[in-house]
Design a protein around this ligand. Sequence first.
Ligand code: AR6
Length: 193
Amino acid sequence: MQNLEVWGALVWHYPWLMPKIVLVEGDITRQSVDAIVNAANSSLMGGGGVDGAIHRAGGRSILTECENLRASRYPDGLPTGQAVATTGGDLEARWVIHTVGPTYAKSEDRSHLLASCHVESLRVADELGAETMAFPAISTGVYRYPVEEAADIAITTVAETRTTVREVRFVLHTAGAYAVFERALRTRSGPGR
Ligand code: AR6
């Protein structure tokens, strides 16, 4: 297990702070944080990848809350770039924040939607009062976003979003993804930053 921590600087409006950004190679379902983010699809009914892993580990109560959200706030599904919370069910995390990343397209820049997933997930975490949260590498699996681009967007967005979350952990499932995120974080926190 590799770890890299870089303390962010204070930004100007107290109590809005930059979160500490932590990289972890591992399984997001096993993280001891207040909230974990799910790379869901707009149906909120589960799927493969990290979505499948979270529903399997968290149990039926997550799906039940997702079904209720579809029946109430999101009859047409959760739009891409937005985020909504449910219970964490049987997970150590108290909440799961579901967000829908963009599918990658060479012909169209969808980076604003991937950035929005991070901004909106942080906003939901703030509303919940979550102090620690974990993100997977949203859109880099089934949705085919190149990890290099996704890592830059994810780290830059989290570092530049005002939040009361103290620690944001990126949980990367492979050593390759971890190395890419580590490069992106080092670039961001390098000289002159
Ligand atoms: N912990 C951390 N990261 C994981 C885990 C895990 N347990 N499992 C996979 N990953 P993906 P997407 C990584 O496909 O691209 C689903 O079917 C994986 O290696 O889960 O946003 C949804 O229902 C990859 O780097 O999400 C949607 O239909 C990253 O998580 C669709 O996939 C994201 O891969 C969403 O696609």
